[in-house]
Design a protein around this ligand. Sequence first.
Ligand SMILES: *Cc1c(COP(=O)(O)O)cnc(C)c1O
Length: 402
Amino acid sequence: MQNNCIYLDNNATTKVDSEVIEVMLPYLTDYYGNPSSMHTFGGQVGKAVRTAREQLAAILGADESEIVYTSCGTEGDNAAIRAALLAQPEKRHIITTQVEHPAVLNVCKQLETQGYSVTYLSVNHQGQLDLDELEASLTGNTALVTIMYANNETGTIFPIEQIGLRVKEYGAIFHVDAVQAVGKIPLNMKTSTVDMLTLSGHKLHGPKGIGALYIRRGVRFRPFMIGGHQERGRRAGTENVPAIIALGKAAELELLHLEEAIARERKLRDRLEQTLLATIPNCVVNGDVTQRLPNTTNIGFKYIEGEAILLLLNKYGICASSGSACTSGSLEPSHVLRAMGLPYTTLHGSIRFSLCRYTTEAEIDRVIEVMPSIVERLRALSPFKNDDAGWLQGQEQALAHR
Ligand SMILES: *Cc1c(COP(=O)(O)O)cnc(C)c1O
């Protein structure tokens, strides 16, 4: 198995920090007690879970009683949305955006078949929301507004607190999918308008299979998972102790390194982006460059296919991601980039590089070194002329021959 790659796909998942593994291991071996048990053996595990919960709460500026562990970010999103609706059965309207993660979008789509009406807010070419559109959509019938903190594909950050102020005027519950924000930018729930917030362990150098939902004290919550009294009755099921311990440590480390990581990643990201833009013709940055995660750049290389770029990058051991989701063998451009109304020529050739605090200068240098030739090679191979008209004509011909 390959493990010496240049890993620039940190918005998909991250490496588990070695310190995180170290603190987690004893809970897979010696300390296997059930934290709810009455005996000392289980009780000491319960104590460790409490410490981990405090560590996680600290990165959000939350109280430990406001944290509910989940199995992943997807569960957090599902649980928050359903809880908000169950708590207000008389309200039948939901507001979200066109650029959410499938863990929110597909839940909303299903709810539409169950009698709910859903408003999917649009975004502009920079991927930014129009707050007037939000304001016009809010009514007394709106049960829930669920909007992501930062976009996983472009890194665009939404003005969450400005949104929250408007949501509060209408008495709706405000849920935020912050899976891409936690550990990447400072957050403080004490001064926030957010009612519920989702995070996921494997996006912040913790393990897969653990996440959490922050639920502000006083917010009405109806559990999704019913059973025992774990998580103060808000999520039944014996706790995933090793992963909870790991997530606590991961959060502690993220908070400890946050300021330094932001500065470092932003500098590396900007150098990568600016150099690629300067050395490769016909490429553009996708997203709101003024409101963006420090670790993410999404670049559209016109007239070529993102998948082809990824394959060649892969040959150099470089891991990145394209905006496209390869569904059932057909190459569908990303719903996020489509919602931004990007031109067809850019939609297909967009690549996301997402850095982390382990990313090195040398790794960025290597990408800067190989990218121009990759793009040049693909453009030379392309049967289509390297201009908008020629490219479109080529696409039409290709479609006609299917
Ligand atoms: C990764 C991700 C999720 C899903 O989290 P999982 O833990 O993989 O289920 C949800 N929302 C966003 C924005 C993400 O990036």
